[in-house]
Design a protein around this ligand. Structure first.
Ligand code: C2E
Ligand code: MG
Ligand code: MG
Length: 259
């Protein structure tokens, strides 16, 4: 099965079977859609649409991930230019794979992209807390360089990995994404509520914005709005959509009506 999957992944890259789906980031202060996250899918020829959990960890293991990373980056850049034409300040965040987080190559790729006309003010990256903390110094240097290029950095799945606050303090990031496990518990579990409140407070003190990820219910969104969380993302706003549907969703949405 592993050998078959390896061959299928090589085919997928060669014959463009991947797709990026886009899920909005909503600014809770204004109700505006400020940006989105790009999430990879695999249109598998026989198994249908596969979520990243079914192939990204394997692709990381066998090293084929670098080709996927390049594919994601290229498509996210193209989409960012397209969306920025509709909304100038719009920012697309895409997920870095484990090995990209502390690798200076990623910085060079951004510089090259900027030279070829990609507007980096429309781009952000997401690095999971676990990847960010693997080598904090290397991550810090990459984040600093990205920052200088005007690329925003979000720490993904915050609260689920191992990090000390002194490490977080050293990372020049813009957004801390509160993991869905806490978001789904804020209304029912006092511990999750405390954790979410604490992450928001720490983010604020450190000068980062916070984003609640995976909000499925309008009441969760209300909770985060009332607790000064800056952004929200989740099914309660919109599911991840292919680019044409996402553009239609964006243009249907009145920016003044909020959520
Ligand atoms: P993530 O970056 O934390 O992305 C959020 C995940 O939560 C996505 O799952 C999204 O579809 C899902 N989600 C969003 N709102 C809700 C909600 O309200 N409820 C629930 N239950 N889920 C929600 P997805 O697309 O399956 O992605 C899973 C993970 O795969 C991502 O987690 C990210 O770590 C990784 N990933 C996704 N795209 C890429 C990529 O292009 N490259 C790499 N290296 N990793 C990727
Ligand atoms: Mg992410
Ligand atoms: Mg996440």
């Amino acid at each position: 099965r592993r050998a078959a999957l390896r061959n299928e992944l090589a085919d997928a890259i060669a014959s463009d079977q991947f797709a990026l789906y886009y899920q909005p980031h909503v600014d809770l202060q204004t109700g505006a859609v400020s940006g989105c996250e790009a999430l990879i899918r695999w249109n598998h020829p026989t198994r249908g649409l596969l979520l990243p959990a079914h192939f990204i960890p394997f692709a990381e293991q066998i090293g084929i991930i670098t080709s996927i990373d390049d594919w994601v980056m290229r498509h996210a850049f193209a989409a960012a230019n397209e969306l920025a034409a509709l909304r100038p300040g719009f920012r697309i965040y895409f997920n870095l794979s484990g090995r990209q987080a502390g690798d200076p190559k990623i910085v060079r790729a951004f510089v090259k992209a900027a030279r070829s006309g990609v507007r980096l003010k429309n781009i952000g990256v997401e690095i999971t807390e676990t990847d960010a903390m693997r080598d904090v110094e290397a991550t810090r240097q990459v984040c600093r360089a990205l920052h200088r290029l005007n690329v925003r950095v979000a720490i993904d799945d915050f609260g689920t990995g191992y990090s000390s606050l002194s490490s977080l303090k050293r990372l020049p990031v813009d957004i801390v994404k509160i993991d869905r496990t806490f978001v789904s518990g804020v209304l029912s579990d006092p511990h999750d509520e405390t954790i979410a409140e604490t992450i928001i407070a720490i983010a604020e003190r450190f000068g980062f914005d916070s984003l609640a990820e995976g909000a499925e219910r309008p009441e969760e969104i209300e909770w985060f709005r009332n607790h000064a969380c800056r952004f929200v993302q989740g099914y309660a706003v919109c599911h991840p959509l292919p680019l044409p549907e996402f553009k239609a969703w964006l243009s249907d949405r009145d920016p003044m009506t909020g959520i």
